[in-house]
Design a binder for this molecule. Structure first.
Ligand code: ATP
Length: 602
């Protein structure tokens, strides 16, 4: 493996001073108070170096990585310098990438498809030219992924998935790469492979910073630079891996023979060899001091890098660009394509279609021809209402289940600047549209025909239109809840809680005229009431002739009586339709804003 030829990079030097990270945490007394995770730590990570942040669990390794990469900015104070200039986050994100602990990949796509889509998105192009395809081949070859390029991602091994995550980010040739626990969950051979890959990336000029939970002695040697955190969020060592033992020896700490050095320094940080932490923090000035490095190789390196910084610190400004609208449009179309391929490969779509067919067939059987008989008016109204509920629940639950699975991938790709949120949001919405249309159409056709509703194209068209709009609106509710709550338990229970009142004020269980006046406005904003009113008019409105009656006398033989009984005498179908559409659009905008905020908080 070597990256020097095609994918070399000048790298960036990152320096941070007095970095403090605070979060709000619950105390035992059920109060919120500030918890300090990082206590004014300082340090530098230089180009062409593979740097590891190590420490015991909970010492703040991920927090430091998140703060340096800009993944989490809330609660962070201190300064971060890139090539000696203050970090400009918007610009920095274009030069860097963050590869998370869990591989956020599109499991339904093959390796090569994932690479091609990523490349198209990053290059704003519908078709890649020969040189772009060559770069993809080169990256795959360099990472030993070429032989699995046609394998579906969900069939890849853990190590291969990690490499695919790296390969996807290498397309835009980042100068600095952050990795959160790149070896977690891998066996030692795969972990060694991944670390060697990171070493090659560093050798090609990049700055590679990663957190490591556990490292063997041989793995530790792969790292050029180490940054050690204590459980209290202080730094007790910052420097070359090869200098660690000398550094500790000066403090009278000698690593026992055959003992893993990484374990040894973590054990020191935990106070297992006595109270040395405070002394070490002071000695290294919480990561700031490089005094002790005098006359070591590291000192030379710092000087070399200094001269490089002076030469290159301004060139990066030229790389800044803003995404134009036509580029967003291109990304939208590519995302639409990617999302379609993914959706078509899922069995979930077939399941959704089948559920709609089966339920409508069962209803059709049970409620056979109730629609033409005046003595079954009540049953028919219940059928229409339950059909509305069915569409509402299937549409919202399909989003509640699916969308939270998308958010971690979206979060990674959006943070790494693959595309704009608007392009993603629009493509995701549009891809599901034909599926929802197909589900609603199949359901309505079967139900409408077998339950004996009036066989007129205009009535059926309007019925179908209203059901479709309710389906789309319910999908948006599902998407909103899936965005707000990543935990399925919360989103499911709260969606039911949210939908219940609109059913209550749906115009069927309780009539408007029987409701206390103070609550009547709830009917006006209930999408269920508007939808039900519209549907009742599709079936019984527009001067429908008298219905057959199987008894001696049916009061409801005249459709006008039915409408009057339901307080729905005035035909407002198009107003009802517009009201449901307006609520849908409002929810769509709210969901977008919530999603944006959620990604921003990250
Ligand atoms: N938002 C938060 N609210 C409360 N506590 C938090 C929050 N974020 C992090 N912490 C706490 O901060 C500490 C450091 O967390 P962090 O994930 O950075 O540690 P880590 O060293 O990466 O741990 P690990 O190796 O187990 O992943 C932990 O004790 C964690 O519980």
């Amino acid at each position: 493996m070597e990256f020097n030829r095609v994918l070399s990079n000048q790298g960036l030097d990152l320096r941070f001073d007095d970095l403090t990270y605070r979060v709000n945490a619950w105390t035992d007394a059920f109060k919120i108070e500030k918890k300090i995770i990082l206590q004014g730590v300082s340090g530098t990570f230089n180009r062409s170096q593979l740097c590891a942040i190590i420490g015991c669990s909970g010492s703040g390794k991920s927090s430091l990585l998140n703060a340096l990469s800009g993944y989490k900015t809330n609660g962070c104070t201190g300064t971060i310098l890139i090539n000696n200039k203050p970090q400009d986050l918007k610009f920095f994100k274009k030069q860097s990438c963050y590869i998370m602990q869990e591989d956020q990949l599109h499991l339904q796509l093959t390796v090569i498809e994932s690479m091609i889509f990523a490349s198209k998105l990053k290059c704003f192009t519908f078709s890649l030219d020969a040189s772009q395809l060559k770069i993809i081949d080169y990256i795959l070859e360099s990472l030993n992924l070429f032989k699995v390029q046609n394998t579906i991602t969900k069939h890849l091994s853990g190590g291969e998935r990690k490499k695919l995550s790296i390969a996807l980010e290498l397309i835009h040739n980042p100068s600095i790469m952050f990795f959160d626990e790149p070896t977690s969950g891998l066996d030692s051979s795969s972990a060694n492979q991944v670390l060697n890959t990171l070493k090659d990336l560093a050798n090609s000029g990049r700055t590679i910073i990663c957190t490591i939970h556990q490292a063997t002695s041989s793995q530790l040697k792969i790292f050029d630079d180490l940054y050690v955190l204590t459980p209290s969020g202080h730094c007790i060592y910052h420097g070359m891996t090869s200098n660690l033992l000398d550094y500790l020896a000066v403090q009278g700490l000698r690593c026992p023979l055959y003992h893993n050095t990484a374990d040894y320094i973590i054990e020191i940080s935990l106070g297992e060899y006595g109270d040395h932490v405070e002394k070490l923090v002071k000695y290294i000035n919480n990561g700031k001091s490089i005094e002790w490095l005098k006359n070591t190789k590291m000192e030379v390196l710092v000087k070399e890098n200094q001269s490089k910084i002076e030469n290159t610190s301004d060139e990066f400004k030229d790389k800044t660009f803003t995404r134009h609208n036509y580029q967003k449009l291109i990304q939208f179309i590519i995302l639409l394509h990617r999302c379609t391929v993914k959706t078509l490969r899922e069995k979930f779509v077939v399941t959704r279609l089948l559920v709609h067919i089966i339920v409508s067939a069962v209803y059709g059987w049970i409620y056979f021809d109730v629609g033409i008989n005046a003595s079954y008016i009540h049953d028919n109204l219940m059928l229409l209402f339950f059909s509305l509920l069915f569409i509402m629940y299937t549409a919202s639950s399909s989003m509640i289940i699916n969308f939270p699975l998308e958010i971690p991938i979206l979060s990674k790709e959006y943070f790494n600047q693959w595309y704009s949120l608007a392009s993603y949001y629009l493509s995701y919405t549009i891809v599901d549209f034909p599926i929802q249309v197909a589900c609603t159409f199949l359901y309505c056709v079967i139900l409408y025909y077998f339950t004996g509703q009036p066989l007129e194209w205009s009535r059926f068209g309007m019925y179908m239109l209203m059901m479709l709009m309710v389906g789309l609106l319910s999908q948006t509710i599902g998407m909103l809840m899936g965005t707000l709550f990543s935990d399925l338990r919360f989103s499911t229970i709260l969606t039911s809680f949210l939908l219940m009142p609109w059913m209550m004020f749906g115009g069927i269980f309780i009539r408007i005229s029987d409701t206390p006046e103070i609550f009547r406005w709830l009917f006006d904003i209930s999408f269920m009431k508007h939808a039900m009113e519209g549907i009742v008019h599709c079936i019984y409105g527009w001067d429908r002739p008298k219905l057959n009656c199987s008894k001696i006398y049916c009061y409801n033989s005249l459709p006008s009586h039915i409408l009057k009984d339901l307080d729905m005498s005035v035909n407002k179908y198009w107003f009802n339709f517009l009201a449901v559409s307006a609520i849908y659009l409002l929810l769509k905008v709210v969901t977008y804003l919530v999603l944006k905020e959620k990604l921003k908080i990250h």
